[in-house]
Design a protein around this ligand. Structure first.
Ligand code: SF4
Length: 215
């Protein structure tokens, strides 16, 4: 895609959704971090269902430590990999209490040192909580980047580096949300809904689905 195409791509997505947000529910930065850790290989809807009651009573790392691993498991047992996730959330909460005064550090390098926090999770927290220009490449962004020609790469990190290079200034903070939502609702994995895609003329995908298929 040319520079002008990329600008227009984001301009249209931004126009359709001027204030994009994550679909995970949270009340503060710590809860966002926990929700993102829980969302690995799970849907946002499933995570929200489990965290609604949890976040009502647990708002800080100290409260999570007090709840304990078994208590946390009771809340999140509907989420995949909940045993490992419970262990990680308790361990990272202990570190936040011991080393960061109970705060979430606004520092990607510090975040990725926390148990259960990878680069993608750290990028989401940096972007959604601290407004950083980070690109958390999940399965949707990876697919959209490669299909459209916007950011091609064989690995999520390669796509992230392309996005860092190519996304123009006014769209850098929102880009991650627009791409995820575009991938989740229009540029779907199995059948992209190109017939109703707002960037169909800019996209370089060769096998566009231009007519709605019957179920
Ligand atoms: S035209 Fe199709 S493949 Fe391209 S971005 Fe839109 S939905 Fe995805």
């Amino acid at each position: 895609m040319t520079k002008a195409d990329i600008f227009e791509f984001f301009r249209r997505l931004a126009e359709l959704n001027p204030a994009p947000e994550t679909e995970l529910e949270f009340g503060n930065t710590y809860q966002l971090l926990v929700a993102v850790v829980l969302s690995a290989q799970a849907t946002d809807v499933g995570v929200n269902k489990a965290t609604r009651a949890l976040f009502h009573s647990v708002k800080t790392p100290a409260q999570m430590v007090a709840l304990g691993e078994d208590g946390l498991k009771q809340h999140i047992k509907t989420i995949g990999l909940f045993n490992a996730k419970a262990r990680n959330v308790i361990a990272l909460s202990e570190i936040l209490v011991a080393q960061y005064g109970g705060e979430v550090p606004a520092d990607r390098d510090a975040l990725v040192e926390l148990p259960g926090v990878g680069r993608k999770t750290a990028n989401v927290v940096m972007n959604c909580a601290f407004g950083a220009e980070t690109f958390a490449v999940d399965t949707h962004i990876f697919r959209v980047g490669n299909r459209t020609g916007l950011a091609k790469g064989k690995t999520p990190l390669a796509v992230e580096k392309q996005l860092e290079k190519k996304v123009p200034a006014p769209f850098r903070v929102g880009a991650h949300h627009w791409l995820i939502l575009h991938g989740r609702y229009i540029c779907k994995a199995r059948t992209p809904e190109c017939w109703r895609c707002p960037v169909v003329d800019l996209c370089r995908f060769k096998d566009k689905v231009l007519e709605k298929r019957g179920k």
